[in-house]
Design a protein around this ligand. Structure first.
Ligand code: CU
Length: 123
């Protein structure tokens, strides 16, 4: 009886400790312009590639200038051929530093978010 209880409690503990999802959540893998990079001129689009496929309806990107004003031109779209990729169009950007904030829902139903900056203009 004692042994069975011990085995059961270990099994319960293992269940409680195990992550709900089997795979990793969706995190930013890389982007174009790259995280922290400087590009010479205003990019037309920012591409973000994630580590998991995304749910389009619950995945968004906001790009803001240093005053916090949004500079993305419409909502981010999942790439039609690649559910790992979000693309967001931009207005024409002046020289300056811009912040990219992403909120995504991966197909395993886990939400993640993050942000990074990039710079427009001669380094
Ligand atoms: Cu997950």
């Amino acid at each position: 009886m004692t042994i069975i209880r011990a085995v059961l409690s270990i099994a319960v503990a293992a269940l409680l400790l195990s992550p709900v999802c089997a795979g990793a959540h969706a995190f930013l893998d890389h982007s174009d312009p790259a995280v922290g990079s400087t590009v010479p001129t205003s990019p037309a689009v920012i591409h973000l590639w994630f580590t998991q496929q995304l749910e389009p309806a619950f995945s968004s990107v906001t790009v803001t200038d240093k005053s916090g004003a949004p500079v993305n031109d419409g909502p981010a779209q999942i790439d039609s051929g690649n559910k790992f990729e979000l693309d967001v169009k931009l207005k024409t950007l002046d020289v300056g530093t811009y912040k990219v904030q992403w909120h995504v829902l991966s197909v395993d139903t886990h939400r993640t978010q993050g942000d990074y900056s990039f710079h427009v203009g001669k380094g």
